[in-house]
Design a protein around this ligand. Structure first.
Ligand SMILES: Nc1ccn([C@@H]2O[C@H](COP(=O)(O)O)[C@@H](O)[C@H]2O)c(=O)n1
Length: 365
């Protein structure tokens, strides 16, 4: 499948042959992380766990409705929904959506997912894992001065990105500022296209536990996976390729680098995608959602409020299940996530719940 413009990478070939250290790569915990990003919070025994351990039938004061997957029957359909990391505001609604997704069948299903901190891990052993930008920013091809400036940008803008008290209108221009400044700094570094595979190989990049089952299930069932990322497309593609899961059903829209004839980074191709413009405005001309327009059942995976608009361009949506990874500032952001995502996964570094739901939906009745 070929899609334009060029920053949308469509693949219609067979799975590529193994690159780098092979398929187990994304599962290897690598505790040392060069990025100076803030530490990940330890996985809490947390409110979610406390909620889970309440006796059957008693509702959580934080949740409207019955509040437990098991009460709605959702836990029986998908046992992973009983995990301590799972929070659901409307369990009955979730059960109904999952049931509909199954009834509609595999031919109608598509998955739309963010990449950084959604398919990739947020933390490991109490340390932050890098985003696709971080991988490049902290790599050996960046000068010490460049690294410092990129780190300063991260420390200034990341708290704004995740601040639950600032509006999208306030955040958007600042995100454009962050991405633009970071990309300008990267361009100054004369990064070579041929360095990318090695940069990724030497990085702390980690896909979430269970990634292989996730990619394999979708591939085996010919379910399109659309990765919509504000990260660096060339890097995230390489991560997926080195994990041996860049299958023919995977399509990516992201910020791609452009190189001169001799392979040196000259600029990033437009339109610029940041956390809060992941919607149809940056997909114009790709035709992707038109090509999969018969797929009216959607599973959306994200980790930010910006990811909620990723499916806005899909025509005739019949069922959509929104699953949100709440990785950082859990207490402060829980309310908004529960209002917006059907299922919230708190400090959960796995794809267990997603895989459980897929298994249920993809099982023939
Ligand atoms: N210079 C930058 C810019 C952004 N980031 C982070 O990358 C994430 C990419 O967005 P997704 O849509 O793929 O989630 C975003 O959350 C930013 O925090 C960065 O690390 N460096």
């Amino acid at each position: 499948m070929h899609l334009s413009p060029s920053w949308l990478v469509a693949r219609d070939t067979q799975p590529p042959s193994p690159v780098g250290r092979g398929a187990e790569r994304g599962r290897i915990p690598r505790p040392q992380h060069p990025a100076n990003a803030p530490r990940a919070p330890p996985v809490p025994p947390g409110p979610a766990a406390a909620f889970r351990s309440r006796p059957r039938g008693r509702s959580s004061p934080r949740l409207r409705g019955p509040g437990r997957a098991e009460q709605s029957g959702a836990g029986e359909m998908v046992p992973e929904l009983e995990k301590a990391t799972v929070r659901i505001r409307q369990p009955e609604r979730v059960r109904e959506i999952i049931q509909s997704l199954r009834e509609q069948g595999v031919a109608k299903l598509q998955v739309i997912s963010d990449f950084d901190m959604t398919l990739s891990r947020f933390g490991c052993n109490g340390r932050r894992c890098p985003t696709s930008h971080n991988i490049l920013d902290t790599s050996r091809v960046i000068s010490e001065d460049g690294k410092k400036k990129l780190k300063d940008l991260l420390h200034y803008y990341y708290p704004i990105e995740i601040d639950p008290n600032q509006t999208l209108e306030e955040k958007c221009p600042l995100m454009v500022e962050w991405w633009t400044k970071a990309h300008e700094l990267l361009v100054q570094q004369k990064i070579h296209r041929s360095d990318i595979a090695q940069i990724v190989r030497e990085s702390e990049a980690m896909l979430r536990d269970g990634f292989k089952e996730f990619f394999d299930q979708l591939h085996k069932n010919n379910v399109p996976l659309f990765i919509f990322s504000a990260g660096v497309g060339d890097i995230l593609e390489e991560i997926i390729r080195q994990a041996n899961v860049f299958y023919s059903n995977v399509n990516v829209v992201s910020n791609y680098m452009d190189f001169s004839d001799d392979g040196v980074l000259t600029h990033f191709k437009g339109p610029l995608i940041h956390t809060y413009n992941k919607n149809n405005t940056v997909l114009q001309g790709t035709g992707y959602f038109q090509q999969v327009s018969t797929r009216t059942s959607i599973i959306l995976l994200g980790d930010s409020m910006g990811d909620l608009t990723m499916a806005d361009g899909v025509p005739n949506v019949e069922n959509i299940l929104k699953i949100g990874f709440l990785n950082d500032k859990v207490e402060e952001r829980r309310g908004k996530y529960l209002d917006s995502y059907d299922i919230v996964l708190e400090s959960d570094e796995t794809l267990d719940v997603v895989n459980g739901i897929l298994r249920y939906i993809l099982t023939e009745t």
